[in-house]
Design a protein around this ligand. Sequence first.
Ligand code: PLP
Length: 397
Amino acid sequence: MAAIHERLGLRRVINAAGTMTDLGASIIGPEARAAMDEAAGAFFEMDALFGRASATIAELTGAEAGFVTSSAASGITLSVAGAMTGDDLAAIERLPDASGLKSEVVLLAGHAINFGAPVTQMIRLAGARPVIAGQATSSAGWQVAGAITDRTAAALYVVSHHCAPTEQVDLAEFAEIAHARGVPVIVDAASEYDLRGFHDRGADLVIHSGHKFLAGPTSGMVSGRAGLVRAAWLQNRGIGRAMKVGKEGIAGLIAALEAWRTRDHAAMRRREGAALALWSGAVSGLPGVRARAVPDPTGNPLDRLELVLDPEAAGITAWDLARELMAGDPAVATRDMEAEHGILHLDPCNLHAGEAETVADLLRAILGRARAAPLRTDLHHERRIRARAPAFPGRAG
Ligand SMILES: *Cc1c(COP(=O)(O)O)cnc(C)c1O
């Protein structure tokens, strides 16, 4: 693990943040790695390899068919494109020029998220136009119905902790409204454990990320109705070529899906629970630091440790604690999207043996230091955001 970092002259990173693209997503499981290695030196009839993946995806998701993409993001684009073109090869070659095609995609305002890039941009990449229904704070069925026209190619429903949390139309109602107008429903469930439930609630296509909870290679998985899956897959002869998934990605995802079925999920939960207990113990009794296990916001079967910091009493803000944890070698990455509210989350899903202990030791050391000599960097919020701007190539953070 450390050898490659040394060879490349890079810092090691402990991932207590979750499946983050910025950190390299998640740990690819041993079965997927072995399959990727084997596939790397082999040739395939690629259509047959795609077909084999479809069988595995169908079995796991309960859907009619499936296909492997380079990422969930490209899965969204190709699903939208497929809904626009069907299997019209001439239209597929014309995209993103959508002349003559239905080219509007309805989504809720509270679902127009940024997962690292805007979800609406993944719609536009296909040549479609996002049509927003409702407002960020709430949405209702009549707003969805009112946004659908005879130009609507698809309706996109997003399941994510990034989505607006309250008063949103649920998937079953959303699908019922779309289906009443003959509009297919695409669900972005990139970061969700549940492989079957979205189909049950009316999705026609569901997109999962291969490199999140599935612990597969960098890839995406589209599952759903056979005709729509085929139309999305056919985009590989058009815009999908710019998002190509390779043989190693397909073989790796098949292996990851097969491993998923036999994975000891209960044992993983126990290991994760032990990490949370360790971290919680490391900060317990420290003034200005409250810790508690909180469930995943979209119902994935995992807990994270929430740290709430009172900077006056703790001598450090949540921002600065995250920064200090990230400053060493190994760097420790935390979930800091709520840092401006004094909250940090520690995610236990992507740890190697011994890393939970390292995180606990660092927490103790940094919080101990801050108590003795309060850390006051006092950066304005805006500057903190700017400090997180992309650092390539070699921009000082
Ligand atoms: C992660 C994520 C994506 C993007 O997934 P990739 O496989 O990294 O492209 C899209 N939508 C949601 C909701 C996500 O969480």
